[in-house]
Design a protein around this ligand. Structure first.
Ligand code: GAP
Length: 514
């Protein structure tokens, strides 16, 4: 199965099993907006819980807030979003399709990288066992030629983006002979800047109303509350403020399912530090955030860091954590050293002093900030793409299983009476009652036991507990584990402990602190 096929299947599976639906689907949907169904919302809540607890519970110096989506419009002038939160867009005159100019160039660069890999693969085949890949990469004239082309385009793009040189961006596209994937032509418009913020009016009468924005990041709600939290919480630097909430961006190219949405959710933590100590903390948070991802157990090779070529208007260092999605390595999280840009600008724009008196040094200063910022929806996509597995069993049967880490799986256990009579449903319902205060569990008595197992595999439930005739006589049940499909006989009295142990988040947290 190709990665493209896998991705299509994943989207279909997400809908079929109640994870993700297109928004307002009965009206043919709304581009780049999605709804979470009954399984999706549980998965999303568990991911949020994993993030929130890893920040707020595990760190005595990190507290949470929940700021409003609407903020005073001056916020977005101070943050630089009104002036600089733009994407360079370009249209193809024949297909009338709109693209981000930098993305078109990056896709061209990826093609050149692919060409190099093809050359290496060809040589490997030609030379067989004696192939020295390192030497070939260093000495092949063909590889050198493609790499030189790649490096030239790359450095031109970085310079053009840093200088906001839109003509040069267009020229790179023309020189590289980039064609529109739809029309196949090179008939491009000029490149224009496009602000990604949605605006709306506040107040009942449009004429007298003020323009306000739907927040494009949750971070600003933290910055404007810096003094409130620091003072009321008697927080001492270094300390962090965490927040989970919706953000909105009018993305030009909204593609790849829930990877790039116009309404999405972020989990952001701003960590306030002494000026001059920001790079030390930036390195610390880079490492810790990578551990958080890896603790889920999808395989360390699925993640990598990508240091930014073009720094955002507020940063002096920035890196992404990328995950290997079915469409390649892409960003799931950003770690940014934001300097004192935000607090400094809010001080300037509001006219209010935003400073911290450091009792250890006896100085007052505007703190520096290290931010960790992750999209909830991209995490959901990461989990679903890593978990989706099609297996052929020894019996010849096939099963589709979501190998979601038990701690974040939507349903923790299914309770299944073998038959709908002989008192088995009553016992099964008693087991449900014993578990329901602590876990999401499902009761299912319909169809054969095999079919019920398949249904639970498809939504990723880690445990199935079957009540059979033996249960009536000896008070034991069969526990079936999703991944190994192993079955174990245990007393009914041990069920709560087995479920709690299997789905506990403690193991994940222990890895973060190892
Ligand atoms: N406060 C910093 C900030 O917002 P960002 O790199 O623009 O930085 C952070 O966004 C994270 O938010 C990304 O790593 C991604 O996971 C998520 N994100 C950004 N735009 C998104 C979109 N259109 N759809 C889904 N998630 C998005």
């Amino acid at each position: 199965m190709t990665q493209e096929e896998l991705f299509k299947k994943l989207i279909a599976h997400s809908k079929e099993y109640g994870f993700i639906f297109p928004s307002s689907e009965i009206y043919d949907g709304l581009s780049a907006v999605y709804d979470y169904g009954q399984m999706g919302v549980e998965l999303k809540n568990n991911i949020k819980r994993y993030w929130w607890d890893s920040m707020v519970k595990l760190h005595p110096n990190i507290v949470g807030i929940d700021a409003a989506i609407f903020m005073h419009p001056r916020t977005w002038e101070a943050s630089g979003h009104v002036g600089a939160f733009n994407d360079p867009l370009i249209d193809n005159k024949d297909s009338k399709k709109r693209y981000r100019a930098d993305v078109l160039i990056e896709e061209h660069l990826a093609k050149l990288d692919e060409k190099i890999e093809k050359e290496v693969a060809k040589a490997r085949k030609r030379f067989g066992d004696s192939f020295d890949e390192k030497q070939y990469r260093a000495t092949s004239p063909r590889v050198a030629e493609i790499a030189a082309k790649r490096d030239e385009v790359h450095s031109r793009m970085v310079k053009a983006l840093n200088d906001s040189d839109l003509e040069e961006l267009r020229q790179i596209i023309v020189d590289a002979e980039v064609v529109c994937p739809i029309s196949g032509t090179r008939n491009w418009t000029e490149v224009r800047q496009f602000n990604l913020m949605f605006d709306t009016k506040i107040g009942s009468v449009a004429e007298g109303a003020n323009t306000i924005y739907l927040r494009p990041e949750t971070a600003q709600g933290i910055f404007v509350n810096f003094l409130n939290v620091q003072k009321t919480g008697r927080m001492k630097i270094p300390f962090g403020i965490a927040q989970i909430g919706k953000a909105f961006r009018n993305e030009i190219v909204a593609r790849q399912f829930i990877f790039r949405m116009r309404e999405f959710e972020q989990m952001e933590m701003q960590f306030f530090v002494r000026p001059g100590e920001e790079i030390k903390w930036y390195d610390h948070w880079k490492e810790l955030r990578m551990k958080w991802h890896r603790a889920l157990g999808f395989g360390d090779e699925k993640y990598r860091f990508h240091d930014h070529d073009k720094l955002a208007h507020y940063a002096n260092a920035a890196a992404d954590i990328e995950f290997n999605f079915p469409f390649g390595f892409k960003e799931v999280e950003g770690i940014h050293s934001r300097t004192d840009f935000d607090l400094g600008n809010h001080q300037k724009f509001s006219g209010k002093k935003i400073q911290y008196f450091d009792p250890e040094t006896g100085e007052s200063y505007v703190p520096y900030v290290v931010e960790t910022s992750i999209g909830v929806d991209r995490m959901v996509l990461q989990v679903l793409s890593a978990a989706y597995t099609e297996e052929k069993l020894d019996s010849g049967e096939e099963r589709t299983v979501l190998r979601i880490p038990p701690a974040i799986a939507p349903v923790k256990a299914a309770i299944l009476p073998l038959v709908k009579k002989d008192g088995l449903p009553e016992i099964a319902r008693q087991i449900v009652s014993a578990l329901k205060y602590d876990h999401i569990v499902q009761y299912d008595e319909k169809d054969s036991i095999g079919k019920r197992y398949r249904r639970q595999d498809a939504i990723g439930s880690p445990l199935c507990i079957t009540v059979d005739h033996e249960t009536v006589t000896d008070n034991t049940v069969t526990v079936r584990y999703r991944d190994s499909m192993e079955q174990q006989r245990i007393p009914v009295s041990e069920i709560p402990a087995v479920v709690a142990e299997t789905v506990s988040m403690k193991k994940l947290f222990a890895e973060l602190e190892a």
